[in-house]
Each structure stands twice: as C-alpha cells, then as structure tokens.
Write a protein that binds this ligand. Structure first.
Ligand code: PLP
Length: 422
C-alpha cells in the first residue's frame, strides 16, 4: 500500500513542487498534501484510506457536494457520445441559456476553460471595446494567473504597480492600477488622474482570495457610478460568487448590473470551465462576429457542458437560505470554540463561504487580512486535518460548505475543533 508521503516525494521529482497548483503543496501551513483517491458528498478519502470532512470542495466548484448522482449521470451520458468534437453541440446552448437567464448582466456568454481565461479574455474585450489600456484592480483580489493581473503595489506611491512575479514584464503591469479593497477614495483618486485611460475596473464583488472579505455598503454601487461616469467597464469577477451566494451571482444579491461578468468553478460542476458574458453590444465585439480575437480548442467541451448544466439544474432546486443559515451557525460556533481556547478570531461569513481570521481587528481589505496570524492558522489547519477535517491549506482562503454537508458533519467539525489547542 502506498501513502501520501511516498507519493509526494515521487511527485516532487516529476512536477515542480509536486503539485499542479502551488497552494496544494501546503507550504504555508508547514505541512504536506494528502493524496486523494475518492470523494463523495462532503467527504474525501486519502490514499491511506483516511476519511476527511472537506471544506475546500475543490476550491469552490463542488457546491452540490462531490460526485452528485445527477452530475455523474450527465457526465457518463455525455462521454459515451464522445469526449470532444471541436464543433458546436447543444449542451453549449443549454448552459448559455441558464447563465443568461440567471444573471442580469449577461445577455450573451462565451465559454472558456478556466477562470483565468475568463478574466484574461474579459479584459481583452474591455480594452478592445473602449480603446483604452488601463485596468484597475483591488489588492488581494485574485483574477487568475494571467500577466496583467499579477501586479503588486510598489513601495511608496500606492498607484505604482510592479510585477507580482518574475516573468511578468514591467510594461504589462504598468497598465494595471491598484487600489485597496473597499477604498473608494483611492478609486476616485485614480479616476481623477487616469479617468480617460481606464478600460475597466475588475472586482470580486465579495472577495474570496484574501480570505472572505465583504464589500462595504456603497463600495459596489459607487464603482458602478464611477465607471459609468468615466466610460470604463465594470467587470464582476464572479468565479467564486457565481451560483454560490444565490442562484445567480453577487449582481443579483447587491442589485448592481456589471458590464461584464466572469464565471468559473461552480458552472463547470468540477470540470475545467470558465465563461465571460455581458451586454450584447459589448459581447458582439468578440470574433467571429466582432474584431476581438479569442478562441479555444476545448471550449464548450460537451462533457464539461453536461456537468455544468446538470449542476445548475440541481442548484435551481436547492435551498440557499437554509445552507446560509446553517453555515453561519457553524462558523459562529467555531469562532466561540476558538475564543474559549484563548485566540482572538475575526469571522467573515456570507452564504456558504466563511473565513476565520486569527486577527484582533476586523478584516476589510488586504492590509487587515495580512495582519492575521499565519502561524496560529497553520497549527489550526494541522490539528483539524489530524482530527479528520480538511480546511484550506492557507489562512487567506475561504472555507466552503456545500449542500451535501450534514448537521452531523458540522457536529463532527465542532468536536474536532474542541480538541485543538494552541
Ligand atoms: C479561482 C479564481 C479565478 C481563477 O480561476 P481558475 O479556474 O483557477 O483559472 C479567478 N477569479 C477568482 C475570483 C477566483 O476565485
């Protein structure tokens, strides 16, 4: 019988860091990944045969739970008909119809293969449509790994961007403007100096990649007003929030219609799918009906489309309010248990997302999130995993619940938390 440690050692010989996406290596929690062989409902099983209650849920996609029978059945049926055609199929229309019907900002939609492709392509379209180059993003928001979004704030002047990683040219991020999340003064200042150069403002309407951070009242509405006033497009990156906050997106919850919407994760039901959509007039600029080029060999893949359609069909019947209430109760009780252990915790929670920050002050942006104690989180992560609960291997991520999580799962999670000590 093999074990995760042996497999990880072998993987590290063959794959950089032993993983195909960095956070999985568990470096920031001073741990090693467990190799998974199977997942069902709220549970995953490691190669050692250990059972884990999962709060990562593939980083969001598995809102119905792992291996939902309706999704599995749809995928089997689709793959029996062929894995990929490179020609149109009906399932593309079905998924597009569902997205258009659910999202007020989406009249037309183009399928891609990941969230990264969705944001990258939406930015190209925004630039093509406006004839402008600059994009304003918020620190701590993640929009995938394409060059333009991998910018960090330079020291000193907050508006000067530097490459967030080697390999990204300075010239590329020179067009990326950065502002702190929830900081409208910074946004207004950037519009004052660069108003006629900004193609788009891109935002996670509820941030999920610096841990969960809520937009403060007025933040999203003001972004809508400012972009409109200056002829820039507002892009909602709903790769996490789409079909998680509600059936639809943050745009339904907050009543704000963005010009472009980026989707991923849930809409592929666990398969590699992304999408970007928006107003008909803007989307009509995409090739072949327009002049902005974007393509994909496997885009609209019939198996992935079938998984997406089946997922959304099930979610259309799901009780989001109930999951919201139960998740909030779980998160609140976890906070209490941790506080009894003498650690200070800030809880941010919405729908089926929450983050427990080991911080003393409320977390409203990247700077306050960064003050959370990563060492305490690492210890929490390791002890919880030893007790059978899989949390994200970084303190700056969300916990994801699903419709498959039972009250018994939550009780067991709280029991695990009661054994934790710092
Ligand atoms: C996950 C994520 C992405 C990137 O999606 P990938 O499928 O990993 O490329 C983009 N934006 C947000 C908000 C995300 O959470």
């Amino acid at each position: 019988m093999t074990d995760s440690r042996t497999l990880f050692a072998k993987a590290q010989e063959l794959i950089p860091g032993g993983v195909n996406s960095p956070v999985r290596a568990c470096l920031s929690v001073q741990s090693e990944p467990l190799f998974i062989t199977r997942a069902n409902g709220s549970r995953m099983w490691t190669v050692e045969g250990r059972e884990l209650i999962d709060y990562v849920m593939s980083w969001g996609p598995m809102l119905l739970g792992h291996s939902h029978p309706a999704v599995v059945e749809a995928v089997h049926q689709a793959v029996d008909q062929g894995a990929s055609f490179g020609a149109p199929c009906q399932a593309e229309i079905e998924l597009a119809e569902m997205l258009v019907a659910a999202l007020p900002g989406v009249d037309m939609v183009r399928m891609v293969n990941s969230g990264t492709e969705a944001t990258m392509s939406a930015l190209r379209l925004a630039r093509g449509y406006t004839g402008r180059n600059k994009v304003l993003k918020f620190e701590g928001c993640y929009h995938g790994h394409s060059d333009a979004f991998l910018a960090s704030a330079g020291s000193g002047v907050a508006t000067l961007s530097i490459p967030g990683t080697p390999g990204v040219p300075e010239a590329v991020v020179a067009d990326t403007l950065l502002a702190p999340y929830n900081d409208l003064d910074a946004v207004e200042a950037l519009f004052r100096t660069h108003g006629d150069e900004i193609a788009a403002v891109i935002v996670e309407p509820v941030a999920g990649n610096m841990g969960m951070v809520l937009p403060q009242p007025g933040f999203l509405p003001t972004l809508r007003v400012l972009t409109q006033r200056h002829g820039a497009l507002l892009i909602f990156d709903e790769v996490i929030t789409g079909f998680r906050l509600t059936y639809g997106g943050a745009q339904n919850v907050f009543g704000i219609v963005p010009d472009l919407t980026c989707l991923g994760k849930i809409i592929g039901g666990g398969f590699p799918v992304g999408a970007y959509g928006g107003r008909r007039e803007i989307m009509s600029r995409i090739a072949p009906c327009g002049d902005v080029y974007q393509a994909g060999t496997l885009s609209g893949n019939p198996v992935a489309m079938a998984a997406g359609v089946a997922t959304l069909r099930e979610l259309g019947k799901a009780d989001y309010m109930d999951l919201t209430r139960r998740t909030k109760a779980l998160a609140g009780e976890l906070k209490s248990v941790l506080e009894e252990r003498g650690v200070q915790v800030q809880l941010n929670c919405m729908a089926s997302l929450f983050t427990l920050f080991f911080a003393t002050d409320p977390v409203t942006d990247f700077a306050s999130a960064s003050k959370a104690d990563a060492v305490t989180y690492a210890s929490f992560f390791r002890q919880m995993r030893d007790a059978g609960v899989a949390l994200a291997p970084s303190g700056f991520e969300c916990a994801f619940t699903s419709f498959a999580h039972t009250d018994e799962d939550f009780e067991k999670t709280l029991d695990a938390c009661r054994t934790v000590h710092f």
